[in-house]
Design a protein around this ligand. Structure first.
Ligand code: GDP
Length: 327
């Protein structure tokens, strides 16, 4: 499809026109160099109209109930008169073309709500590339007047760091069974969470969820003294605890806005984003450099076979890429 004019994107997005918003997102997602300048022009013109939403990250392992939770939370927010956008970052789709977040119909109620907009994860590119597209999509949604932007990701690998770098507040969904989980892989995510919700706190599972909450509280008190996240329980399926959870998000974000912490965090995120883009660009340029490409197989073999030290090989790569670097 032929791109619209910059004016048409800017006006359509500002008017909250969903068709134009969808096309603007497709434009920023495009890998085509010809679209990049237009996308940046549109974003630059929309920038003064961004920054007014609650940006909330939501993570959790597959099966924890993310879609059910976002459906329930989204409906709660829509019911309170808010406009809600849901974006996703799916690290699996950038690696394998498959997806963990899945293509099944998720968020059944929210996907039919007039005041909600759900955009699936960009399906190609590196995690850095997907993050760039999601950040820019978030800005477009803000310019289109959404009050809350929920950024969903699977709590595995590095995607949680990427999400943390674009949101104001980070919710992590967990299941009861804290004992095992605290030992292992989810430590990283617990260190950055602003709120931990033990989901599926319903039926027979409710007492276990309450116990898990107490265990998490004790563990996080040790892990992050003075900076403990809010810990709560909920049942996404039954819609229990969702309103309390959102109240806690609002309270915390308002407190940070009042102290200036929110503005500082967003400013640092902007600078971090700039550097992430510089690093991505350098990596891409390095990969595309013909002399580097022809050197690499020999250098890798020399390093493997002990004929060159990693440092000397690295200096040769850099010397080819940046001729002024001493080789
Ligand atoms: P996701 O993979 O994290 O998006 O998880 P889903 O939202 O698809 O949920 C996985 C399964 O858990 C589904 O069968 C849901 O119905 C179920 N589920 C989600 N939330 C709850 C809950 O609060 N209580 C119970 N009992 N089941 C839930």
């Amino acid at each position: 499809m032929k791109p619209l004019s910059a004016d048409a994107y800017v006006e359509g997005v500002r008017a909250g026109d969903r068709t134009v918003l969808a096309r603007a997102i497709t434009l920023v997602e495009s890998e085509h160099p010809r679209h990049a300048a237009l996308a940046q022009e549109v974003l630059t013109r929309l920038l003064p109209h961004t920054g007014n939403s609650r940006r909330v990250g939501i993570s959790g392992v597959p099966g924890v109930g993310k879609s059910t939770f976002i459906d329930a939370l989204g409906m709660h927010l829509v019911g309170a008169g808010k406009r809600v956008a849901v974006l996703a970052i799916d690290p699996s789709s950038s690696v394998s073309g498959g997806s963990i977040l899945g293509d099944k119909t998720r968020m059944a109620r929210l996907s039919r709500a007039d005041n909600a907009y759900i955009r699936p994860s960009p399906s190609s590119g590196t995690l850095g590339g997907v993050a760039r597209k999601t950040r820019e999509t978030l800005l477009l949604c803000e310019a289109a007047g959404f009050d809350v932007v929920l950024v969903e990701t699977v709590g595995v690998g590095q995607s949680e760091t990427v999400v943390q770098e674009m949101v104001d507040f980070y919710v992590v969904l967990m299941l009861a069974g804290a004992g095992d989980e605290l030992q292992g892989i989810k430590r990283g995510i617990l260190e950055v969470a602003d709120l931990i919700a033990i989901n599926k706190a319903d039926g027979d599972n409710a007492p276990r969820a309450e116990r898990a909450r107490a265990e998490y509280r004790a563990a996080l008190h040790l892990m992050r003294p003075g900076a403990e996240p809010v810990i709560t329980t909920c049942s996404a399926l039954e819609g229990q605890g969702i309103d309390t959870l959102w109240d806690a998000v609002e309270t915390q974000v308002a407190r940070r806005a009042a102290s200036g912490e929110l503005a500082r965090r967003r400013t640092e995120q902007q600078v971090g984003w700039m550097w992430a883009m510089v690093h991505d660009g350098l990596r891409a340029a390095l990969r595309a450099h013909p002399e580097v490409a022809s050197l690499v197989p020999t250098l890798e073999r020399d390093v493997r076979e002990g004929r060159a030290t990693p440092t000397s090989a690295a200096l040769r790569v850099l010397g080819a890429f940046l001729p002024q670097t001493p080789a």
